[in-house]
Design a protein around this ligand. Structure first.
Ligand code: HEC
Length: 126
């Protein structure tokens, strides 16, 4: 039995900052405004990603994986497995089993340009 690595950031904030954070976290994802991110959204909501992940405000409504609505606001990827940045995000999507062997996300085949579009879209999910 293998236990998943789990890391949580705990932050203490003023009531006003907490209220602002809570309002932001309940907001649906903003619609992407540039062409690459729009192409990425079509891929993420149209491929297998959407059957595992939910993104509020889009057709993606999977319930077996982390909600991605505000994914880009996190400081790490995959519960602390990787620091959040563009290269790590691309590496994760291209082959999630390499950085975190045994996790429940399969490799979804994407061309290099599709991968770039998906990363551009995920980066908009603040
Ligand atoms: C079969 C279900 C499944 C599919 C299909 C899938 N994922 Fe995942 N995904 C997961 C699971 C489970 C995790 C959590 C892995 C972990 O942390 O152990 C995850 C993690 C992630 C993360 C990191 C989330 C976080 O909170 O750090 C991103 C980003 C992501 N997936 C994007 C995608 C994209 C984009 C696709 C399609 C190309 C996709 N996933 C397809 C199950 C899936």
């Amino acid at each position: 039995m293998q236990h998943a690595k789990m890391a949580l950031d705990v932050t203490v904030e003023s009531p006003a900052a907490f209220a602002a954070w809570r309002a932001a976290s309940l907001r649906p994802a903003a619609a992407p405004t540039n062409a690459a991110a729009q192409a990425g959204q079509a891929i993420v909501t149209g491929r297998q990603c959407a059957s595992c992940h939910a993104i509020a405000g889009t057709p993606a409504s999977g319930q077996v994986a982390p909600d991605l609505t505000h994914f880009a606001s996190r400081r790490t990827i995959a519960a602390g497995a990787l620091p959040m940045n563009r290269d790590n995000l691309a590496a994760w999507i291209a082959d999630p089993q390499a950085p975190k062997p045994g996790n429940n996300m399969p490799k979804v085949p994407l061309s290099p340009s599709e991968l770039e579009a998906v990363v551009a879209y995920l980066e908009t999910l603040k």
